[in-house]
Design a protein around this ligand. Structure first.
Ligand code: SF4
Length: 652
């Protein structure tokens, strides 16, 4: 593929050009690249062009890892816009691509993989059997030479009765570009199987992590696990039903000993404590043998249930995997072993948790790839991301210039307010609420208000926020189902045409991390406080571990940075297109310190201080919204990228 020929839009923006150059050089040299560039600047298309136009493009393949289905599909849609006839596909998880009714009842990817293998081996999956015919070969041939969306595979397979997952897996081996979830590459229990499907070693791949600010957290979560007292109890019952009295008795005895330990630690109340891994296993006879036996009996449970057409689930199987991981990590510094007790009397639930502290446990695979490219709108400071995922010191770090004209971004920090623990009292919430009223009054349409926690959210509601603001207030709650939340967001967005509304949620929540609110859907976004974690034993242990690993930066990496990232994610909800003009208001004076400000994306760093004086915030916002928005595309050709909703679309 020749250089410069793939870009499908009339004009390459300066930031895109810089990005493409850096990518070409990185891929050519087999290095690693970390990029911060705001959403809406057209990162996906620039990234694809950069890699596919590199001099080594012919010999390499691309594994593009994202978090959401929408992001994965965007990769394929951009390839279609580029009009390149190369084999590419977006993947979904096994459970999402499976047509077999039984798979709906599996509770984890590892269980689903096992159930699927049994169904295939026993000839009990018609969708797999149907793949033997000529029709399936025809479909594969049709899909193997062009970019294909997961939904196209799903719908063609549904129509023909073929297994969509197996079809996608067949296509993997010849695909030049694969867009898949992070877990395919970060979860060690899935990675090997996935790589076998790709028919190539990681050294043949350019690995891309989109929205890479999520990678450290997802990587640690994938190496962690949890086992509750209810699950141990059900595993014991399962063993009994299978005639395994000894195993059942051993598990019941273990549960008694855990309850005894919980009484010692929490005196019958609630709490969470770090425990010694070996201490917890004391009440279990022969833990290694028990794990092995539980695994074998768990497999038999699944086989039996498949034969009977029942939900193929096994608590013993999960317990077996958990015990193995718990034993393997005893004494390791990079894991925490925790015991918690929640609820009272009959409703009491104990939980054992294995918590991985270090993302490098799973991100080490990045070093095995030919090159890796990580990009996000919120990665500052870039060295921190490089260190946390274990990339080498010579990794190239690139902060792209802002695509937003300075006149379209207003970043304010108000003095006189904070959500620092000792200031969380009614007078502070009243003052914060007064400032929120000024913001909502001065904003032409919609406002997003994201608080540091649900405690702070309750604080502003109790201070009368809902009554004092003239616009309707939509409140996100942790109990809401996805459908309820979707309905809330739809109503909030549609209010933009009727004078505006307020969305009240928390930083780190589903709307502050994953919501797109371009144009009038959010003219102002207010951040109430900084979401620092409560100072508990778990946080303290993480700080100590990180301090040992990254001398002098431990507390920043383990404690401050995750909170700053959540705040920046929320702050970026209103600037989704290069044409967006919006105000970002930080309601916490601590944001003015250099320490916090250096974690802000470069386009948010022009902070303006607003004195703690009634009416000042309102006045400054009214001035800003009175001015005509600046055109980010002074040339005639440029707007087409935005209009196409591709490079200029939200989250691109
Ligand atoms: S072969 Fe396909 S359809 Fe059958 S169980 Fe496995 S994933 Fe599901």
């Amino acid at each position: 593929m020749g250089q410069g020929g793939l870009f499908p839009y009339p004009e390459i923006r300066p930031a895109q050009r810089e990005m493409m150059r850096a990518i070409r050089e990185t891929v050519d040299s087999g290095g690693h690249l970390v990029i911060e560039g705001p959403t809406g600047m057209g990162k996906t298309v620039a990234l694809l062009c950069g890699v596919l136009e590199s001099p080594r493009a012919e010999e390499l393949r691309v594994l593009y890892c994202c978090r959401t289905h929408k992001q994965m599909d965007r990769v394929i849609e951009e390839l279609k816009t580029m009009k390149v006839d190369l084999p590419a596909l977006s993947m979904r998880g096994k459970r999402e691509m499976c047509l077999n009714r039984l798979m709906r009842f599996t509770s984890s990817t590892s269980e689903a993989t096992y159930v699927c293998s049994v169904l295939k081996r026993k000839g009990k999956c018609e969708f797999f059997e149907n793949l033997q015919g000529k029709e399936a070969s025809k479909l594969l041939e049709e899909f193997s030479s062009r970019p294909v969306l997961a939904e196209e595979i799903l719908s063609a397979c549904r129509e023909n009765g073929f297994c969509p997952y197996e079809v996608a897996r067949e296509l993997l081996s010849g695909a030049k570009v694969v867009a898949a979830s992070y877990i395919y590459i970060l979860d060690p229990s899935i990675r090997d199987n996935f790589l076998r499907g790709l028919e190539g070693g990681l050294e043949d791949f350019v690995l891309i992590f989109d929205e890479a600010h999520n990678v450290p957290t997802v990587a640690s979560e994938l190496a962690s696990d949890r086992l509750t007292s209810a699950s141990i109890s059900q595993a014991a019952r399962e063993a009994k039903e299978m005639g395994e009295e000894k195993l059942s008795g051993n598990l019941e005895g273990w549960l008694d000993s855990l309850e005894g330990l919980a009484v010692q630690l929490f005196g019958g109340g609630e709490g969470e404590k770090i425990v010694r891994g070996e201490e917890v296993l004391k009440g279990l006879k022969n833990p290694a043998g028990c794990a092995e036996k539980a695994g074998k009996v768990g497999d038999e449970v699944i086989l039996e249930r498949i034969e009977e057409g029942r939900a193929p689930r096994s608590h013993l199987r999960h317990l077996s995997g958990f015990l193995r991981a718990w034993m393997e990590t005893c004494g390791r510094e990079d894991y925490l072993h925790l015991l918690s007790s929640r609820g009272e009397a009959e409703g009491k639930v104990l939980a054992l948790e294995l918590s991985a502290l270090d993302p490098r446990i799973t991100t080490g695979c990045m070093l095995r790839c030919h090159s890796s490219i990580s990009m996000s709108g919120t990665l500052a400071p870039l060295e921190a991301y490089r260190d946390l995922v274990g990339l080498p010191r010579d990794t190239r770090l690139l902060e792209l210039p802002s695509p937003f004209p300075p006149e379209n971004v207003l970043c304010l920090v108000t003095e006189g307010v904070t959500t620092k623990e000792e200031f969380r009292i009614p007078p502070m919430y009243e003052k914060i609420t007064e400032k929120l009223v000024e913001i909502c009054d001065a904003t032409p349409a919609n406002v997003g208000v994201f608080t540091a926690s649900y405690e702070v959210l309750e604080g502003v509601l109790k201070a009368g926020m809902r009554e004092k603001i003239e616009k309707p207030v939509f409140v996100e709650t942790p109990q809401m189902s996805s459908a309820e939340n979707d309905e809330l967001i739809r109503a909030f967005k549609s209010s933009a045409r009727r004078g505006g509304a307020v969305l009240l949620g928390v930083m780190g929540g589903r709307n502050s991390e994953g919501g797109d609110f371009p144009g009038d859907e959010m003219n102002s976004v207010a951040l109430v406080g900084i979401p620092y974690a409560p100072p508990d034993a778990r946080t303290e242990a993480a700080i100590q571990y990180y301090e040992k690993q990254f001398q002098g930066r431990g507390k920043f990496y383990a404690y401050y940075l995750p909170a700053h990232r959540r705040m920046c994610q929320a702050a970026g909800r209103a600037h989704r297109l290069v044409t967006d003009r919006a105000a970002v208001i930080f309601l916490d004076r601590r944001v003015l310190t250099r320490f916090v400000a250096r974690s802000l994306p470069s386009w948010m760093r022009r902070l303006e201080r607003v004195p703690d004086k009634r009416g000042m915030l309102r006045k400054r916002l009214e001035e800003f919204f009175k001015r005509t928005p600046a055109d980010p595309h002074p040339s005639s050709a440029a707007p087409s990228q935005t209009a196409l909703g591709s490079a200029g679309s939200p989250r691109g």
